[in-house]
Ligand binder design. Structure first.
Ligand code: GDP
Ligand code: MG
Length: 293
């Protein structure tokens, strides 16, 4: 039975969170925007190995005093904790014993999901100190994000704690939602340019598939409009217009991702999607009730 779920990573600045995420997911992460703006922007990586999929959420600002004052960021971080199936509390092993997560994060109650304490930077402490830490924290995991030591074991431990579930994302989908977001905005922008404001607000773009593991990168994008008449405009005579949009959008996406892209572009009608809360959130628009105070 496959397993899949959400790993939320928490840690003080400098604990090695970014280094670990980069090691787990790969270099793609470097273009991830750190801004927590919407639910999907919190996803920083997807790791799939066999029939186990770990969707990794970031918690910017949770343990960072510089940002902790920003309520919206804290709210986003707290909701990432609330959504977690497993929480990894990453600690710099050279700093010794960590304070409890609930205390450093100033949580009113302990998070619902199990917390794994991960001692990072074990390459910087000698064997005796490593053993002493492990003896005091038998449930903790030790690793070096820099060398990769212990990271496989960490992933296995996490995988075993995830709920039985079908994969949440396609198997070779390691892109972040942020990359998808940029791509969908590029396609939408290109459509608007070529339409000369004929249907400015009626178009939403959804990236249905994003396969980065192959070359050219395969992207299936759908332009959703509200009415059949709009679909006809967008497709144009003999499909001329949608082809032109696809060609121009592909060039922009290739510049963004730095490689060849196959853009499979479709036009679909989703009646009155702008008045449909489900469709709005599916397209990444923030609903008023989701907005942070
Ligand atoms: P973050 O603030 O938690 O995201 O921490 P970063 O990933 O940016 O790492 C902070 C610093 O610690 C950087 O200079 C990293 O190169 C370094 N670092 C991270 N993990 C390790 C590790 O396992 N070993 C060593 N020696 N350095 C590490
Ligand atoms: Mg970082």
């Amino acid at each position: 039975m496959p397993r899949a779920g959400i790993l939320t990573v928490v840690g003080k600045p400098n604990a090695g969170k970014s280094t670990l995420l980069n090691r787990i997911v790969g270099e793609k992460l470097s273009i991830v925007s750190p801004k927590p703006q919407s639910t999907r922007d919190r996803i920083v990586g997807i790791h799939t190995a066999g029939d186990v999929q770990i969707v990794i959420l970031d918690t910017p600002g949770l343990l960072n005093p510089r940002y902790a004052l920003q309520k919206a960021m804290r709210a986003t971080a707290l909701s990432a904790l609330g959504d977690a199936d497993v929480i990894l509390y990453l600690v710099d092993a050279t700093e010794g014993d960590p304070a409890p997560l609930a205390e450093v994060a100033q949580l009113d109650e302990s998070p619902r999901a199990p917390v794994i304490v991960g001692f990072n930077k074990t390459d910087l402490i000698d064997a005796a100190r490593q053993e002493a830490l492990a003896a005091r924290h038998p449930e903790a995991v030790s690793m070096s994000a820099a060398t990769g030591a212990g990271v496989e074991a960490l992933l296995e431990r996490i995988g075993g704690m995830l709920p039985a579930s079908e994969l949440l994302y396609p198997e070779d989908d390691i892109s972040t939602q942020t990359v998808r977001f940029f791509v969908s905005e590029l396609v939408r922008e290109t459509a608007l340019e070529q339409l000369q404001d004929e249907l400015p607000y009626s178009i939403a773009c959804e990236i249905e598939e994003f396969r980065e593991a192959q070359s050219p990168i395969y992207i299936r994008a759908v332009l959703h409009v509200e009415r059949d008449s709009q679909k006809r405009i967008l497709i144009g005579a003999g499909g001329q217009r949608v082809r032109a949009i696809g060609k121009a959008a592909r060039a922009k996406i290739e510049a963004l991702v730095g490689g060849p892209v196959y853009l499979d572009l479709w036009v679909k009608v989703l009646h009155n999607w702008r008045r449909n809360a489900h469709a709005l959130s599916r397209f990444g628009y923030k609903l008023p009730e989701e907005q942070s105070p």
